[in-house]
Each structure stands twice: as structure tokens, then as C-alpha cells.
Design a protein around this ligand. Structure first.
Ligand code: NAI
Length: 319
């Protein structure tokens, strides 16, 4: 963990993801400037961060070695981009997922930053080659894609532009580790990066199985939450292969042909609309009605579960 007064780190956009980054960087002892175009957004964000940090402290789940008050004292709001950028060693952009808006912001930052700051985007799916095209400081640009909620799900996908310097990737990787996140290097940009490609593969097959009447929506989700999911919280699909036989080669020899046989029966990309969409929606609403209160309550429950799982994972002996 860094000691206090490291940084500062600049967060551009103080919504859901900007707030989470601010908390994570403060937990690592970094000074954080939270920039937004709306004063009200900044005021609200600082209040939400205060509330969340206090709750986390009470439940023993606050990250880092500093108290909530110490971490809160590291975070300040800022409405002036020029002032916000001053001295920043890392800039994490968190504005809405809109290519033109993000390009505008990076062009603005490009005009005022020096040569020693990392310009990082939280984008979920915009390609670095589109986001950072033509920037003078392109070597300092990278995507650092978090997973929601970033405070409990530590994965960060680092995706370089073809011209991003290796030092930028290394620096961002080290910074993410310093704040307790788990960075992975995506070696070449690809649509959906890695996490969403895996997620979409699972969603597609889940959808087809429901569409073909092979399993109900509720039971489909149980297959993941009671079967694959808990195992994947600790080991990935490749290590699963390795452990489910006498090593990966043995798994491929034993199960390769049957995997290929099943995979050949997979259908086309679903439309995600029509009768199946209605069926899935109805089933999900039976469990969680889609009004704001029920959805928010279920999200709070999910975050509590993830918080406990994160705690458990941190207590497990590493092997
Ligand atoms: P949000 O809508 O909660 O927050 C966006 C913030 O940006 C707002 O505070 C808004 O006032 C501010 N903003 C808008 N224009 C601005 C400008 N020109 N300059 C400065 N601030 C400006 O959005 P959210 O959910 O936090 O998403 C931010 C980014 O993070 C998006 O690129 C999204 O794809 C990515 N992301 C989101 C995840 C999620 O589950 N919400 C997960 C991983 C990444």
C-alpha cells in the first residue's frame, strides 16, 4: 500500500464508476481529485462516498490501512479541469459510454497534460484505437476497464492502443496492484475485450437453451449460481480443465472430442427480443420485480454477498 499523500490521481466523471475509483485510490493512500462538469454531481458523490466508507468501516470491510476519515480527507472535488490536471500522475476517465464525448475529453486533456501522466479510460467496450486516435500523448493512453462493483470485484482489464508505450501498461499494472485490484493485460485490442466476450458467450448459450425450451430461466440461473459460479470464484475455466483430469493435456485427450461434438450443436446469435425476451423478463420479475426499490434492494444484497466473498477470498491461504 502507498503511504498517504501519494498521487494525486484525477477522476474525470463522478458517477457510479468514478466514485468507486476514488474510494479505491484513497484506500491505497493516494490523493484524489474528483472532477465533473456538474457541481451537484460532485457534492452528491462526496456524500455517497462518505456514507459508503463509514458503512464499510463499521462492517470491517474498508479497504487499506487508513481509517475512513483519513481516506475521506484525501478526496477533494474540482470543477476546473485545468486545476484538476495539475500534478496528476494518473487520470481515470469515467464519463458516460459515448465515443464522441470521451474523444472530446481526451482531446481536451491531450492539450493540457505533460509527458509523464497516464491517461486511462474506464470504457466497457470502446476500442482504444477509436478513443485515442490522433492524440499527441497516445503513448500514455490506455483503457483500464473495471468490473461493477469495482470495490468488491478487483478485476481490471488493461487494454493498450497499438501505440501505447510498454511503460504505460507496466505503470498502470503496478498502480492497480498498489490499490489492491487485479489487473490483467489484454495484449491486443478486441471487441468486448476479454470479460465481455466470455460473458456474452455464456449469455448467448443461456438464451438459446431457454429459447429452445430445454431449461426454465430460473433453473438456468441456478446452473451458474449453484454450479459453475462458485468454482469460478476461485479458479478459471482453464485451471478447471487442468484439475478435472490429470492435467490439461489429459483433459483435452479425454474430453476434447465430446466438447467439440457439443460445441457443434450451438445455435446462431440470438435476437434477444420477442417471445424469449418476454419469457425471461417475466421469470426474472417473479423473483425481482423491476421497480426501482426492488432492483436497488437486490443490488444491495448482491453487493453484500460480493463483499463477504471478497473477505473470504482474502482470508483463504494462497497456494
Ligand atoms: P454515470 O452516468 O454514473 O457517471 C458519469 C459521470 O460523468 C456523471 O457524474 C456525469 O455528470 C459526468 N460527466 C458527464 N459529462 C462529463 C464531462 N464532459 N466532463 C466530466 N464529467 C462528465 O456513468 P458510470 O456508470 O459511472 O460509467 C462511467 C464509465 O464507466 C462508462 O464508460 C462505462 O461504460 C464504464 N463502466 C461502467 C460500468 C457500470 O457497471 N456502470 C462497469 C465498468 C465500466
Amino acid at each position: 500500500m502507498a503511504t498517504s499523500a501519494a498521487g494525486p490521481v484525477l477522476i474525470v466523471g463522478s458517477g457510479l464508476i468514478g466514485r468507486s475509483w476514488a474510494m479505491l485510490f484513497a484506500s491505497g493512500g493516494f490523493r484524489v481529485k474528483l472532477y465533473d462538469i456538474e457541481q451537484q454531481q460532485i457534492t452528491d458523490a462526496l456524500e455517497i462516498i462518505r456514507r459508503d466508507m463509514k458503512l464499510l468501516e463499521q462492517s470491517g470491510s474498508l479497504k487499506g490501512s487508513l481509517s475512513a476519515e483519513q481516506q475521506l480527507s484525501l478526496i477533494t472535488g474540482c470543477l476546473n479541469i485545468q486545476e484538476a490536471v495539475e500534478g496528476a500522475m494518473h487520470i481515470q476517465e469515467c464519463v458516460p459510454e459515448d465515443l464522441e464525448l470521451k474523444k472530446k475529453i481526451f482531446a481536451q486533456l491531450d492539450g493540457i497534460v505533460g509527458d509523464d501522466v497516464v491517461l486511462s479510460s474506464s470504457t466497457s467496450c470502446l476500442l482504444p484505437s477509436k478513443l485515442f486516435a490522433g492524440l499527441v500523448h497516445v503513448k500514455q493512453c490506455i483503457v483500464a476497464h473495471p468490473v461493477n462493483p469495482p470495490y468488491y470485484l478487483p478485476l481490471v482489464e488493461l487494454v493498450p492502443h497499438p501505440e501505447t508505450a510498454a511503460a504505460t501498461v507496466d505503470r498502470t499494472h503496478a498502480l492497480m496492484q498498489k490499490i489492491g485490484q487485479s489487473p490483467v493485460r489484454v495484449l491486443r485490442e478486441v471487441e468486448g475485450f476479454v470479460l465481455n466476450r466470455l460473458q456474452y458467450a455464456v449469455i448467448s448459450e443461456a438464451w438459446r437453451l431457454v429459447q429452445e425450451g430445454i431449461v426454465s430461466p430460473g433453473d438456468l440461473d441456478l446452473v451458474m449460481s449453484q454450479g459453475l459460479g462458485p468454482r469460478y470464484a476461485f479458479i478459471g475455466p482453464l485451471e478447471t480443465m487442468h484439475l478435472n483430469a490429470e492435467g490439461t493435456s489429459s483433459y483435452c485427450a479425454r474430453y476434447g472430442e465430446s466438447m467439440k461434438h457439443v460445441l457443434k450443436t450451438f445455435g446462431p446469435i440470438p435476437e434477444f427480443s420477442g417471445a424469449t425476451a418476454e419469457k425471461v423478463h417475466q421469470a426474472m420479475c417473479m423473483k425481482v420485480p423491476d421497480d426501482p426499490e426492488h432492483l436497488a434492494a437486490r443490488r444491495r444484497w448482491r453487493d453484500q454477498c460480493l463483499m463477504r466473498l471478497a473477505k473470504l477470498k482474502s482470508q483463504m491461504p494462497s497456494q
